[in-house]
Design a binder for this molecule. Structure first.
Ligand code: PLP
Length: 358
């Protein structure tokens, strides 16, 4: 990992291209073998390069979480883009201007804003499958009324039902994730059957799409985090640590053996303050501390301030030592960096510039 010891700037976000390619190919092949539409989420990386890798080297349907991602991908030739956050009524106009965009609603107010646009827009209805973040209750008759209104509207094209099982992140192991995966497909299938209209059932989170062998009872899948994975996904059984493609390169900037402490230049703004799998391992810390070859070290990153990370350890390392930290939540960590350092077999091969802002 000689290139990493000589990189002139830390903290840096390091992406292993071979591992990303492997993760992308595995999920794409599973979707293809299952005969479903593959609409991967790009929110984790927000780059054209990885969006193309998600589709085996070309463009294809994608999911975005910001208009900045939508605009970047639209400019790069992606023509079927689902903006999978309920549309804020006063942003419907701007969003609707992105070529090939599909919008998401779960309220009459948002639907009216989309209907008021001067062009027909493709729209999904958000269904709550148990996460209770956004989406209509699939068992509430009012939800059917909204869906029927969408189906009969001449101002929009009703594409389908979209749900996200974010509560799969509360699971402690793959069996618990599997139970959530069933809830996710059941919610959209039950609702579609009651509605009696053959619309797309769109599902997808990285835990649920990673643990199932085949996608069933759905028409479209939208995982995102799987391109990088992270320490959290490994802990709940979505992947192995060897599948994690992202890490933060950091430098030891303080060494205090008398209090068993090392300080690194990766703080909350380099890692995020996500506590990771602390519902399984309460002492997990803010990431997994490794050497340059990603071998885990007997260290706990137990405190973060804005630009300092505090490691508890019996190991003594000199100031200037380089370490790598496998992040707890790669989506949040990646979002901190204006560019990613791309490596292959330990050598720098590229720099990727992600979309930023909203
Ligand atoms: N779909 C929606 C609506 C989401 O909000 C997310 C993530 O937050 C995803 C899909 C992708 O889930 P994951 O990041 O677990 O792959």
């Amino acid at each position: 990992m000689d290139d990493l010891s000589h990189l002139n700037k830390t903290p840096a976000f390091i992406v292993d291209r071979d591992i990303v390619a492997r993760n992308c190919e595995r999920m794409r092949a599973k979707a293809e073998a299952s005969g479903v539409i593959f609409r991967p989420h790009v929110k984790t990386h927000k780059t054209v390069e990885i969006a193309r890798m998600q589709h085996g080297g070309s463009t294809g349907p994608v999911t975005v979480s910001t208009l900045a991602e939508a605009e970047l991908l639209s400019r790069a030739g992606f023509g079927d883009i689902t903006y999978a956050v309920p549309i804020a009524p006063d942003r419907a106009g701007v969003a609707g201007n992105v070529t090939g965009i599909n919008l998401l609603v779960d309220s009459v107010e948002a639907l009216q804003a989309v209907e008021a646009l001067d062009r027909q827009t493709d729209v999904f209805l958000k269904i709550d499958c148990g996460y209770h973040r956004a989406g209509v209750d699939p068992d509430d008759p009012k939800s059917l009324d909204l869906a029927r209104r969408m189906a009969s509207s001449e101002k929009i094209r009703f594409r389908g039902l979209l749900t996200h099982a974010g509560h799969s992140y509360h699971a402690k192991n793959a069996d618990e994730v599997l139970a959530v995966a069933r809830q996710e497909t059941d919610a959209v299938t039950r609702f579609r059957d009651r509605l009696g209209i053959d619309v797309i059932r769109s599902i997808g989170s990285t835990p649920t799409t990673s643990v199932v062998e085949r996608f069933e009872n759905c028409d479209e899948v939208r995982p995102g985090n799987y391109v990088f994975f992270d320490a959290f996904q490994a802990a709940i059984g979505s992947c192995r640590m060897a599948d994690v493609a992202a890490s933060v390169l950091t430098t030891v900037i303080g060494s205090y053996p008398e209090r068993r402490a090392l300080i690194v230049d990766a703080g909350a703004l380099a890692l995020s303050k996500d506590l990771g799998p602390n519902h399984i391992h309460p002492e997990f810390g803010y990431g997994v501390v490794c050497d340059l070859n990603l071998r885990r070290l007997p260290m706990r990153l137990h405190a973060l301030s804005q630009e300092h990370g505090t490691i508890e350890t019996d190991m003594t390392l000199p100031v200037g030592t380089r370490l790598r930290i496998v992040p707890n939540h790669s989506c949040l960590t990646a979002a901190m960096y204006p560019s990613y350092v791309v490596v292959e077999k330990g050598r720098f091969v590229d720099e990727w510039i992600p979309a930023r802002g909203w």
